[in-house]
Design a protein around this ligand. Structure first.
Ligand code: SAM
Length: 342
């Protein structure tokens, strides 16, 4: 993938809309589509608090170095899910190779001491691959410090059929009912920040510092937008050959908001920038907005980006804010390179 290049740097103090227009004029290759959200933002950088639709390998290269404090993401799992526009079934080694440019860019855009929380699910039973070990090895190989591993217990097993050899040691199967959140730091364990912007309560700190997080996965009841991602069931004109069970899981595996809330509160300060390079339906952007952080949301799919923009807009309406709330002056002290324009 060629690097994203612009012929000139934009002058300072442009609004985000003007900066985007400038970058578009001076881009040496077509820019990704930016769904402006909020459309009248004047917070500065063209990428800040934006839903950006396109290949994040390219978009990440357009972001300045050291502008992000926390990355939370869940890459496509490569288990054949029916994503909108992404082929989710590469040979395993190719999949790992495909991820490397993302890891390098994440490392570049993080501030020193910035955190990377990587959510990854165990692979299938028969074709088991130690994907969490392999990704941890990739990231440690790049120099990331591995801080910890959080076990997100989902308790999703209701109807079991895949026992392997039932009641026999011949070949029994274990079913994972959890996912991992592997947490890394760039260069240092410490993330500098203004103590006044640490907004986690004592109760939350005690709860979140126990690495076993029992959180239910997202449901259509809690998040109505999920309904639009499932094919309609039992319709009269349904295809004669219904899609396979895998196909009906045609959703982007959205994060539960509670999971993101905990990671944001535990690992970042108010006013920090939180990036999700595989942002899907915008859970990270939504919760970052709610917790008074800035977000950068990237995703290949226009459909998911539109859902994300709608969720952020709804969040802001509920918070009664026209756009992301600037911090009160007392908290504006510079901490970390990019918080100067918070
Ligand atoms: C596991 S899902 C993430 C879902 C997200 N955590 C949420 O809460 O909705 C992975 C996402 O990666 C996106 N994706 C796949 N390849 C991509 C690429 N090259 N650049 C940007 N996004 C990509 C897919 O469209 C999908 O939404």
């Amino acid at each position: 993938m060629p690097p994203f290049q612009i012929t000139e740097q934009p002058p300072p103090n442009l609004t985000s809309a003007d900066t985007l227009r400038f970058v578009t004029r001076h881009a040496m290759q077509p820019l990704p589509q930016v769904l402006h959200y909020p459309p009248t933002s004047t917070v500065g950088d063209w990428w800040r608090d934006q839903i950006i639709c396109g290949d994040s390998r390219v978009i990440l290269q357009a972001l300045p170095a050291e502008c992000v404090h926390l990355v939370i993401t869940s890459p496509p799992y490569n288990v054949g899910l029916d994503y909108d526009g992404h082929h989710d079934a590469m040979p395993y080694e190719q999949y790992l190779e495909w991820l490397m440019p993302f890891w390098r860019e994440i490392q570049r855009v993080l501030v020193p001491g910035g955190r990377f929380a990587l959510n990854i699910t165990p692979t299938s039973i028969k074709d088991f691959k130690p994907v969490h070990y392999d990704m941890a090895a990739q990231l440690r190989g790049l120099g990331f410090i591995m801080r910890t591993e959080i076990l997100w217990y989902k308790q999703t097993i209701r109807r079991r059929t895949a026992w392997g050899s039932w009641k026999s040691p011949r070949n029994p199967h274990v079913m994972p009912s959890w996912e991992y959140v592997l947490v890394f730091s760039k260069g240092s364990w410490i993330l500098e920040g203004n103590p006044a912007d640490a907004d986690i309560t004592g109760e939350e700190f005690i709860k979140f510092s126990d690495a076993f997080w029992h959180i239910h996965p997202e449901t259509a009841r809690r998040q109505p937008f999920l309904k639009s991602l499932y094919p309609p069931r039992g319709k009269k004109n349904a295809p004669a050959n219904p899609p396979s069970a895998r196909k009906t899981e045609g959703h982007p595996a959205p994060f539960p908001e509670e999971l993101i809330y905990r990671l944001i509160k535990f690992y970042s300060y108010r006013g920090n920038v939180v990036l999700d390079p595989f942002g899907g339906t915008g859970t990270v952007a939504t919760v970052a907005t709610r917790t008074h952080r800035h977000f950068v949301h990237l995703d290949l799919s226009k459909k998911y980006c539109e859902i994300a923009a709608h969720r952020v807009a709804t969040e802001l309406r509920q918070m009664k804010l026209p756009y992301l709330c600037p911090l009160p002056p007392a908290n504006r002290r510079q901490h970390g390179k990019s918080s100067s324009s918070v």
